[in-house]
Design a binder for this molecule. Sequence first.
Ligand code: ZN
Length: 287
Amino acid sequence: MGNTGAVLPLGPAHALLPLLLASVLSGCALGAADPQTRPSENPRTAGASASTPGTPGTVPPTTEAPRPLEGRTVALDPGHNGGNAGSAEITRQVDDGRGGTKHCNTTGTATNSDYAEHAFNWEVALEVREQLEKQGASVVLSRDDDEGVGPCVDERGAFADDADLLVSIHANGTEDTSAQGFHVIVPEPLDDEVAATDLAADSADLGEVLVAAFEDADLSPNPAYGEDGLVARSDIAGLNHASVPAAMVECGEMRNVEDAARMESPEGRSVYASAISAGIEEYLIGD
Ligand code: ZN
């Protein structure tokens, strides 16, 4: 069902790619902080260690890190859930957002050493939340923990109605263990007319900046999903139900030895989380 050839919504966004890339590369390199818009890596430590003017009896003026995402709300959807396996609930049919139905949810995939995708998605989402909150954003998650069932895919888009954007976090699983790398999925518009809407264009733009942020973090796109790892699909119910710009990130391939090693390590998960955060920040406040 991968309508990888559906490039209609991506045409205008692709035209912007050089601009976006230039913008991302100049402003989003990890560690290459722009003091105007980026907080230091550890604002608390930075603030505490700053020399304080000696004004007895008063609290010194704070040198707080900038909070460029103040007032913005980000919806994160960590895919699947820890209780899905063995639950009959997830086979219930729900509205797929395109006139059909599909299963409420699925169990997700796992690495060859049984590190489950739902756990990976959850841990990355928590780290993305932490990074975005440090920059002032409000973050809402589609689920409360990694032990429940669901929510169903139709709710995984609708819960984000009050947010500025939605990013669904996943990892892919294919039988081809040589398959490697990330890809990003955006909702395929229903037709040419819808493709011209702001929402469709904005989702395509969100996908573009996420791809750029992953590449900026030295992560490679899976060539099975086009040259740049960005595809438009109509069968992702969570994206179909979103009323805000939305994209799904498939961080890597869990059955691939190299990708799995990165996913299973806290350091590796931080690479994914930082890339997602950087992409979101670029989308929200990049020029
Ligand atoms: Zn998944």
